[in-house]
Design a protein around this ligand. Structure first.
Ligand SMILES: [Fe+2]
Length: 502
């Protein structure tokens, strides 16, 4: 539980805005509207009962723009400053705090009193202004994920060669964790723990020397293994997955060059669309570093549930956006069609797919799972790398005229084919974020544990954290933990048990 005063900063988090920075841009309004205050709250209202064995915190981060953007109408969701939120649970009680991640770019803008950086994902339309000596060339916002590594809480972007170390209780930014300066690549915000070894598997991309590298990091932060191979393209890769023997990448048709002189620095998007490009699949052997490449039709894997080997096949379960016309001339502002904004898109909505890679025949097949839209997919991580039964995700099911985003959490059973939905309210559509599975101590079944998620309630313009029994997925939550302010719809996070911290 956080110590100190009930609230560390004056005033309440801004719950409503009479003057949003943009009345056109959905990413600056409603459930996306940034918070400005950083608070610590000792005790939250709880409906139900928080299981006593839960001792730790659910950490979540997302986009939370601090300065009025230079061009608010062009602001992109992915460009907001990172703000980490923590729901601390102990002895059946809940506390909360939130903090900006004090990145170099945010500190420079605070000192200047104005935004001085272009966005990476969107575009400002103006050339990057001259920066102080030693300043980062682009602004990385550390707003994608929160993990535990080497007994510490870390948060990160995906265009840096380091992670940010946070205080587990106060969320104060303590410094950079750079693996001893060993890696000269952009490190992923989606590392995965290999349950077979306990190591954290991390990849990095270097677009100057055109290689991808994969590292297995031990629980003291040491590099236990390291392989790398060259890349023929400059892909946008946001996640990867692994099996017993392979690191698995899908390089779709979207390209990404955040540090190139003609992109962000020139006021252009770091993204581009490679018209007519297939999807290139990289299987990088975890021990030998031997690379095998295959091709598939045009789609983008957004997030992975899991992958495993089955004879000569590799099975990959992921959320995918399909390129509806690979030969179209697609603009960067049309990318990433999360079901959150009402705009036509050259891509399908995010869907759950099973992809099968036949190593003997060197073929790739795919099929959609279910009729729902799905994103932010997570498994019971203790089964990663080997066959799983269940997947959990945020999704859209039975949308109505008022549906503008995810309206439920979804549990899919790959063995029985059964899909369950949790809408939380029968009266109004509430919007959930990523569900995180927390196994029950001593549990044997794959779904013996809890699902934690943060939901936005439009009636209150406020958020709450729910704890669901995963085996009673569509039943009443065991606990609803209420905030009186909004956690802006964000990205990723994890449950980190207190005992795992040093
Ligand atoms: Fe992600």
């Amino acid at each position: 539980m956080p110590d100190g005063a009930a609230r560390l900063s004056a005033g309440e988090p801004r719950a409503t805005s009479a003057e949003p920075w943009s009345k056109q841009n959905p990413f600056l309004q409603g459930p996306f509207e940034p918070l400005f205050n950083e608070v610590s709250i000792r005790s939250l209202e709880v409906i139900g009962r928080i299981p006593m064995e839960l001792d730790g915190a659910l950490y979540r981060t997302g986009s939370n723009q601090h300065m009025r953007p230079a061009n608010p109408d062009l602001f992109h969701w992915f460009d907001g400053d990172g703000m980490v939120h923590a729901f601390h649970l102990r002895d059946g009680k809940a506390g909360y705090c939130n903090r900006f991640v004090e990145t170099d770019g945010l500190k420079l803008e605070r000192a200047a009193g104005r935004p001085i950086y272009n966005g990476i994902y969107g575009h400002s339309g103006v050339r990057q202004a001259p920066l102080p000596p030693g300043a980062p060339r682009i602004k990385t916002v550390a707003g994608i994920n929160v993990i535990s590594l080497a007994g510490r809480v870390m948060t990160m972007h995906e265009a840096d060669s380091f992670y940010w170390h946070l205080d587990a209780d106060s969320l104060d930014t303590l410094g950079k964790f750079d693996f001893g300066g060993r890696f000269k690549s952009m490190l992923t915000a989606h590392p995965h723990v290999d349950p077979a070894t306990g190591d954290l598997l991390v990849y990095g991309l270097n677009y100057d020397e055109m290689y991808v590298e994969c590292m297995s990091i031990g629980n003291m932060g040491q590099v236990n293994s390291h392989v790398r191979t060259s890349m023929p393209i400059t892909p946008f890769v946001h996640d990867f997955i692994f099996t017993e023997n392979y690191y698995v990448f899908f390089f779709g048709p979207i390209r990404w060059r955040p540090y190139a002189a003609d992109t962000v620095l020139a006021g252009n998007s770091a993204f581009s669309f490679d018209r007519g490009s297939p999807t290139r699949i990289l299987l990088l052997h975890r021990k030998t570093g031997v690379a095998k490449w295959l091709e598939a039709r045009s789609f983008t894997c957004d997030h992975y549930l899991n992958a495993y080997e089955l004879g000569d096949k590799i099975i990959v379960d992921a959320t995918v956006t399909e390129t509806l016309d690979p030969n179209a001339d697609i603009r960067p502002e049309e990318f990433f069609p999360f079901p959150l904004v009402d705009k036509p898109s050259p891509f399908s909505g995010p869907q759950l797919w099973r992809i099968e890679i036949d190593l003997a025949r060197e073929t790739v097949s795919d099929r959609r799972i279910g009729e729902f839209a799905a994103e932010f997919v997570r498994p019971n991580e203790s089964v990663m790398g080997r066959p799983h039964r269940y997947g959990y995700m945020a999704g859209v099911h039975n949308p109505g005229p008022q549906t503008h985003g995810f309206n439920c959490l979804i549990k899919h059973d790959y063995l029985s084919g059964r899909t369950q939905y949790q809408h939380l309210s029968s009266e109004i559509e509430m919007t959930p974020g990523e569900p995180v599975f927390v196994p029950r101590d001593g549990g044997e079944d794959e779904d013996d544990g809890w699902i934690m998620a943060i939901w936005y309630d439009p009636r209150r313009n406020a958020s709450e954290m729910t704890i669901l029994a995963a085996q009673d997925f569509d039943g009443e939550p065991v606990a609803r933990i209420k905030l009186d302010h909004r956690v802006p719809l964000g990205f990723h996070g994890n449950w980190i048990a207190r005992t795992s911290l040093r």
